[in-house]
Ligand binder design. Structure first.
Ligand code: ARG
Length: 704
């Protein structure tokens, strides 16, 4: 008997399943047999007594789960951190456990109220005593981990539990002697699995199957080479034998009904302190403020969900509710994350939602120099479509050329400090780049309710059938186009060849002719098919009048390309009278600038097609400057490219027959972008009809 090892147990005199606080208890209320429970507990007690000392804490009437002494607290040396139960059903156990620890000479630490932590059920020492694994996600709060590190002077590694069947760390994780680890990987998130793999070499990790996991094979008590558990498959037994362990199975199914087994029924109260280890905790916390229509826009839910989804944890410290319909609310939220990396990920997304530091906590953005041209410092902040500001020398500076997937470069010019979004390839040695997530905010105007509804294309929330929806979009787009044109604004169209194939070419040409389009961003194909149609009446060999394939028509587009190549450019072909109609004709004729960006599948290409994609991207970006409205017509490639270059505040209408394209583009979390799933030819035809009716003398009858 290894006499220096002691366990604490509590006899099941009052044990029963009286309530449901974990999935195992569901359907098991009063279904366990007291006699069998007593017998099973006695057997476990007996086995342990052969290998260690077992102390007993008196059981208490009315506290049926007190048998699970693992949840009494977390012991290291003569110090204990007492549990703070999440559920009121177990909170009454706390004073009894506290009394036992005090009577037995332990120094008792108690966590602040409302900070749940469920003792050794959720915190397991590495068997060499070098660090502490601490679970969170269901019963214990991440914010309790720094207290453990401080009071027990040990390094704490936080693991996030994600399967509610394994709600306590000890239900799916069991460190064993000699650095082995028995665990069920699927109970943890990816980050936690990575952490485990970093700390425990693969030859020491014994990953169990789900079948073993649901038999609580990880809920095992390890004394030297003995591992006591409810049940183990023969495979698992063999694996453990290989690692030098002997499994002792002892049935505990009466306790499984309450969600516990061998380990839960015991608390190791002798855990030697390792002198050389000291406190270290990677949990970070930060307080952020959220402002706006937090409740009615769902912003608060989205923010809090995001924190949890990403593996963090939160406390709402202060919520100021805007009582009037128009007034905004504000909330100060303490965000905790298990590591700096996770914190950065959470904060950068909260920044997108408009979260800001509390004024007293504001700090300047962190900058690091570019040391290799075209390469950002590792930890660079990745920009989004939201208008952004960075704090430099104590004041907030607006970031220019806002776009997504860039870095923020700070340069000193004659006019002072300039912050701008730069693509990685444009970074130059000496540029200072914003890193980390400190001193960055996005600027949101919390619009009034009424404004919100009128600014946003309001059919977004209209919940109408799709045909009616198309009509509504068309009406509103027509209205916008008129407004922008008559106000001297800028509409940019990006369009794919489907526009021509579906018979929309004439309508798009008309739009250009009537001054509704200020720039066209496209690829080689639409221009080729448009020119093919203008010259030969076919689009990719299809007769556009009769809708049938023309014999030999598949060669038409190459002939069209060849002709333009002979003239040197589309403009020269227009000038020479070779092209007399169509989209490209109208662009040239009406001095509407266009950029045709090349791609790997292009035939020809046309002399105008920019095959240097870096140049094409720059030309796109240039033509997009100052756009008020972007019409995206059936081109996934160019629409996504354009979407990435465009900050919020620019209205975008994406038309595509493929719902996936539309969702991808309209799902930018900004109210200005809308998508409509329909045939683009039909859409353009309806749009022109609508525009024609707007210009008619009966315009007032249309109902605007
Ligand atoms: N019914 C108890 C609860 O849900 C079971 C506790 C099991 N204990 C453990 N250390 N896993 O709290």
């Amino acid at each position: 008997m290894a006499s220096e090892i002691s366990f604490l147990m509590c006899a099941p005199d009052y044990y029963d399943v009286d309530y449901v606080i974990n999935p195992w208890m569901e359907g098991n209320i009063h279904k366990s047999s007291r006699d069998r429970a007593v017998q099973q507990w006695e057997q476990l007690h007996q086995i342990l007594k052969e290998h260690a000392i077992v102390d007993l804490v008196p059981s208490q009437k009315g506290w049926p789960d007190m048998v699970f002494t693992a949840n009494a607290g977390l012991v290291l040396g003569k110090t204990v951190v007492l549990s703070r139960f999440l559920h009121k059903e177990r909170q009454g156990e706390e004073p009894y456990f506290k009394q036992w620890f005090e009577e037995n000479g332990y120094k008792v630490h108690e966590l602040p109220k409302d900070l749940p932590f469920e003792g050794a059920g959720d915190a397991l020492l590495d068997r060499e005593g070098l660090w502490l694994w601490a679970g969170y996600g269901f019963r214990s709060e991440l914010d309790s981990h720094p207290y453990l590190a401080k009071w027990l002077d040990i390094e704490v590694l936080s693991l996030r539990l994600i399967d509610e069947r394994f709600y306590h760390l000890d239900t799916c994780f069991c460190p064993l002697k000699n650095g082995y680890l028995l665990y069920y990987p699927a109970a943890f998130d990816a980050y936690s699995n990575r952490l485990i793999e970093m700390r425990v070499p693969s030859e020491k990790r014994i990953a169990i199957t789900e079948a073993d996991a649901v038999n609580f094979s990880c809920n095992a008590v390890n004394v030297d080479h003995i591992v006591v558990m409810n049940k183990a498959s023969s495979g698992l037994k063999a694996q453990l034998a290989n690692a030098g362990f002997q499994v002792i199975e002892t049935p505990l199914n009466e306790f499984l009904k309450a969600g516990g087994a061998a380990k839960c029924l015991t608390l190791r109260v002798t855990e030697p302190v390792q002198e050389e280890v000291h406190a270290n905790v990677s949990v970070e916390s930060r307080i952020l403020r959220l402002e706006g229509h937090l409740l009615d826009s769902g912003l608060i839910n989205r923010s809090l969900d995001l924190i949890i989804d990403k593996g963090g944890s939160f406390q709402v410290l202060n919520f100021q509710l805007g009582v009037q319909r128009q007034s905004t609310s504000s909330a100060d939220v303490k965000v905790s994350a298990p590591s700096h990396n996770v914190m950065e990920e959470i904060i950068s997304q909260l920044i997108d939602l408009g979260a800001v530091d509390l004024p007293q906590d504001e700090r300047d953005a962190k900058l690091e120099p570019v040391v290799q041209s075209g390469v950002a410092p590792d930890d660079f902040y990745v920009t989004t479509i939201y208008s952004t500001e960075v704090r430099l020398f104590g004041s907030w500076v607006k970031v220019h050329n806002q776009r997504m997937d860039g870095a923020i470069a700070i340069t000193q010019t004659d006019h002072g400090i300039v912050a701008q979004c730069k693509l990685l390839r444009d970074l130059e040695i000496g540029d200072m780049v914003v890193v980390d997530v400190q001193g960055i905010r996005t600027v949101r105007k919390p619009e009034l309710r009424e404004q919100r509804n009128s600014q946003e294309f309001s059919f977004m929330s209209a919940g109408v059938s799709s045909e009616r929806r198309v009509e509504l979009v068309v009406e509103q787009v027509a209205w916008e186009l008129r407004k922008v044109r008559d106000g001297g604004g800028k509409v940019v169209v990006t369009a794919g060849p489907v526009v021509i194939h579906t018979g929309g070419g004439d309508h798009l040409a008309q739009l250009i002719r009537e001054g509704y389009v200020q720039a066209l961003l496209a690829g080689n194909a639409i221009a080729v098919h448009d020119i093919e149609q203008a010259m030969m009446g076919t689009s990719l060999g299809m007769d556009m009048q009769r809708g049938i394939a023309v014999r030999g028509g598949h060669r038409h587009h190459l002939k069209a390309i060849n002709t333009i190549r002979r003239y040197g450019s589309i403009a020269k072909a227009v000038e020479a009278g070779v092209i007399k109609s169509g989209v490209m004709y109208e662009c040239v004729h009406n001095h509407v600038p266009f950029c045709l960006a090349g791609s790997i599948r292009d035939d020809g290409p046309l002399p105008d097609t920019q095959m240097d994609l870096i140049k094409a991207q720059a030309e796109y970006a240039e033509l997009l400057k100052g756009a008020d409205l972007i019409l995206m017509l059936s081109t996934m490639l160019h629409s996504i490219g354009v979407g990435n270059m465009t900050p919020t505040g620019v209205k975008m209408v994406c038309v595509d027959i493929n719902p996936a394209v539309v969702t991808k583009l309209s799902d930018r979390g900004s109210v200005e972008s809308v998508g409509v799933v329909t045939d683009v030819g039909l859409f353009l035809s309806l749009l022109m009809q609508q525009l024609d009716s707007l210009t008619s003398p009966y315009v007032s009858k249309v109902g605007y």
